[in-house]
Design a protein around this ligand. Structure first.
Ligand SMILES: Cc1ncc(COP(=O)(O)O)c(C=O)c1O
Length: 364
């Protein structure tokens, strides 16, 4: 079978998601409630109560196909960003938007530019379309936008800028971005991945590039600050002609009705997002202080996770697993000495630090 599968697929490195709670519970003979998962940058407060209520109601209509055009959700998203519905494309998670863009614009032999340490899905999807990923060397674990500009060739079709970036939690400045956008040629599509937008204290403005009709797509998701990762709902914002291309490619019912209802209610629950943001800010500060006290290097984060260095990320991951805690080892991101931990509730963060201290006292 593999012989007849496309050769792009046989060499494909599969995406390694955070280990599911149920899997570790089964392996360790524990109840799922005893497991702490700080591996996938989920919202420990859960979904907004308003979203839960809207989804329960939507379940009663589960026998009907959803509104494939996503009218109400796209209207609400457009409204929030002072754009039109024609600028909004819904995705089965924001990951689907990456795939739609690639379907539209990537061919074999094309190049995609990313940062050195960034979300691995960009490379995986590029490879699916026979395109090569060129990784521009980071400057101190942050995107180096000048290096990204220098990496552009006539084959370049897309540049991914994750802001804040996963797994480093770093951000770019408006000044850096404006310079970058003044230099980038029109044949290159710039994809701003803003999955962690809500966790920043002072977000920069990228919407202006849509208003200016530049060749850009902004991706956002309901998986993080809105706590709806399980529903698989995200969106892309783009100038209308570009959004129209992506609309043509998507499956007719790519965003299910329960997800649309939950997302619509979550969008209107600013209180829940605010509580999430505040808990994240406090938890992130606590984790960073604790890492410093433990002499563990870390990258100051603007998202809901922190990247920190141990001597061996895989070994730390395994040792924490034995203690019922799931985090993420960073080998697949090219950072074998590092781990990434999501910010949890205060109790969860304290449990993580207490177990890390025990592990370090043995290994040091
Ligand atoms: C940078 C980045 N972009 C996109 C995603 C995917 O989000 P979604 O759940 O909307 O597909 C993630 C999820 O971890 C992410 O870290």
């Amino acid at each position: 079978m593999w012989k007849s599968a496309h050769h792009y697929i046989s060499n494909l490195v599969t995406y390694e998601p955070g280990k599911p709670v149920e899997e570790l519970a089964r392996e360790m003979g524990l109840a799922p409630e005893q497991i702490l998962k700080l591996a996938s940058n989920e919202n420990p407060l859960g979904p907004s109560p308003k979203a839960l209520q809207a989804m329960r109601k939507a379940l009663e209509r589960a026998h009907y196909y959803p509104d494939g055009g996503g009218y109400f959700l796209r209207e609400a998203i457009a409204d929030k960003h002072s754009l039109a519905r024609e600028n909004v494309v819904l995705g089965n998670g924001s990951n689907e938007i990456i795939e739609l863009i690639s379907h539209a614009f990537l061919r074999s032999g094309n190049e995609v530019i990313t940062a050195q340490y960034t979300f691995t899905v960009y490379t995986i999807i590029a490879q699916l379309f026979g395109a090569k990923t060129v990784k521009a060397k980071d400057s101190d674990y942050s995107h180096d936008l000048k290096a990204m500009l220098e990496a552009i060739t006539p084959q370049t079709r897309q540049i991914f800028i994750a802001n804040p970036n996963n797994p480093t939690g770093t951000i770019i400045t408006q000044e850096q971005l404006d310079f970058f956008m003044s230099q980038v040629p029109d044949h290159v599509l710039i994809v701003f991945d803003e999955a962690y937008y809500e966790f920043q204290d002072h977000p920069i403005d990228v919407l202006r590039y849509i208003r200016e009709n530049r060749n850009v797509v902004i991706m956002r998701t309901f998986s993080k600050a809105q706590g709806l990762a399980n529903l698989r709902i995200g969106y892309g914002l783009a100038p209308a002609p570009l959004a129209e291309i992506l609309q043509k490619i998507r499956q007719p019912f790519n965003a299910n009705g329960i997800a649309q209802a939950g997302a619509l209610a979550a969008l209107q629950d600013e209180e829940h997002v605010q509580a999430t943001r505040e808990m994240t800010r406090v938890g992130r500060m606590y984790l960073q202080e604790q890492f410093a006290a433990l002499d563990m290097e870390y990258v100051p984060s603007h998202a809901n996770f922190v990247l920190t260095r141990t001597t061996d990320g895989d070994a730390t991951f395994q040792a924490l697993l034995q203690r019922g805690i799931i985090i993420r080892a960073m080998r697949s991101y090219g950072l074998p000495e590092w781990i990434r931990v999501s910010v949890g509730t205060p109790d969860q963060n304290e449990r993580l630090i207490a177990e890390l201290k025990k592990i370090l006292s043995v290994s040091r």
